[in-house]
Write a protein that binds this ligand. Structure first.
Ligand code: COS
Length: 392
């Protein structure tokens, strides 16, 4: 079901990685966790933290060293993302689109000139990037997108609206999927453009108010007669943009799976601590078997997701195509963390419903992961499609 797709990805040496991971783990737990209440209250990540994240090199973790990044393998990237999943999503969100969906299109399908032009600045955190696929009328059915790119001489003119775009208001560089061939209704008519966010004709909707994930920033992006040079089509190949987007999402789905594992670990940690302290019927509630069953189920499901994640990332590093594995990891890990969050609320009881404890926030935050970067139902379709290919 899998075939060679890319060169192998070696990543950095084990010692360098362990040092980086240790630093990130300490930073998350000692610096970021104490800021969670502030981020929730202000709906904003402090500017000092944004600078620290840059200084740590986190904007460049997925970009190869030859383009100025750290160049982690997928296995190392997910390992780090598990650590980042321990705290609220707003912190990872600051650089999440830059290391993932916002830059991977250039890395996967860009020309050498495009890589040289953008990747070093993205890795340094000088450029923040964002991925503009979703539209008001096209979410799961991404191939039906309507944003148009009309060719005029040596440039294109973009018109349309993108919706729920993470970090658009913070971005300097937008990867925009637009229809260059109106005669082709589906995927084949779409191209991926690298667009400067300050181009004349681009405006941004107001920051979306959301159920959770406070401190992350999403908004509409509106394109009105935006001129983009033809040289800004990723790979200089019109009609390939949908495939580029799908490849980008494959790796992105591994990353999301890793964040889910990290958040599930945090939930289990909180539930274990609370169930050891909270007494009812004269004993800590963690001594009761019905509570233990919830904890055991959560640990087991988290372990299963982690095993899938590490297997899929290792396959990616070996150069295999991981379309089916990435969809399975994203689906299982996001559903898993939803169940773990629900059990954590149950274990905390009334306190789990109160904003004074972190569980209530995490419960709301994780609801999104079953939806973004492809809903569970889309992952099911992808898995079934790939399974059927195997039968042919
Ligand atoms: N890697 C490379 N190519 C891929 C691919 C992948 N992972 N997935 C699809 N393709 C290619 C297909 O091989 C096909 O190529 P050909 O036309 O040469 O045969 C082309 O892309 C179209 O694929 P398909 O026919 O499967 O497209 P569909 O319109 O049926 O849509 C789904 C497929 C539904 C899976 C896709 O639209 C999707 O992933 N939707 C969810 C989008 C999403 O995740 N949005 C979240 C917001 S972005 S953060």
């Amino acid at each position: 079901m899998t075939s060679p797709a890319r060169p192998r990805l070696a990543g950095v040496d084990a010692e360098t990685f362990q040092t980086l991971k240790g630093t990130v783990k300490r930073y998350v737990r000692e610096r970021l966790v104490p800021l969670e209440t502030e981020v929730e209250a202000n709906d904003e990540v402090p500017a000092a933290v944004v600078k620290e994240l840059k200084d740590l090199g986190l904007f460049g973790i997925t970009i190869p060293a030859e383009y100025g990044g750290i160049g982690l393998s997928a296995s190392q990237e997910v390992d780090l993302a598990v650590e980042l999943g321990w705290t609220c999503p707003a912190f990872r969100g600051v650089f999440g689109t830059t290391i993932g969906i916002g830059s991977m299109g250039i890395l996967i399908d860009g020309t050498e000139e495009q890589k040289q032009a953008f990747l070093p600045r993205l890795a340094a955190g000088e450029l923040v990037s964002s991925f503009c696929l979703t539209e008001p009328g096209s979410g799961s059915d991404a191939a039906s997108l309507q944003t148009s790119a009309r060719k005029q001489g040596d440039h294109y003119v973009l018109n349309g609206t993108k919706r729920f775009i993470t970090n658009a208001r913070r971005a300097n560089l937008l990867t925009v999927m637009a229809r260059t061939d109106p005669g082709i209704k589906g995927a084949g008519g779409i191209s991926a453009f690298l667009v400067d966010a300050d181009s004349p004709g681009i405006s941004f909707g107001k920051k979306d108010a959301k159920m959770g994930q406070r401190g992350t920033v999403t908004s509409d992006v509106i394109f009105e007669d935006v001129k983009v040079p033809a040289s800004r089509i990723i790979g200089l190949k019109p009609g390939q943009g949908f495939k580029t987007a799908m490849k980008v999402l494959d790796r992105g789905r591994l990353h999301i799976g890793a964040v889910c594992v990290g958040t599930a670990r945090r939930l289990i940690h909180e539930a274990m601590t609370y169930s050891g302290e909270r007494k009812q019927f004269g004993a800590p509630i963690g001594s009761f078997q019905l509570v233990q069953a919830m904890l055991a189920d959560s640990w087991t499901e988290c372990y299963a997701a982690e095993a899938m994640l590490r297997d899929a990332a290792a396959r990616f590093d070996q150069g295999q195509a991981i379309v089916i594995e990435a969809a399975a990891v994203k689906m299982y890990a996001s559903e898993m963390v939803g169940r773990v969050a629900d059990r954590a609320v149950q274990i905390f009881g009334g306190a789990g419903y109160m904003a004074a404890y972190p569980i209530e926030r995490i419960y709301r935050d994780v609801r999104l992961v079953r939806i973004y970067e492809g809903t569970t139902q889309i992952q099911q379709l992808v898995i079934a499609r790939e399974m059927r290919k195997g039968m042919e």
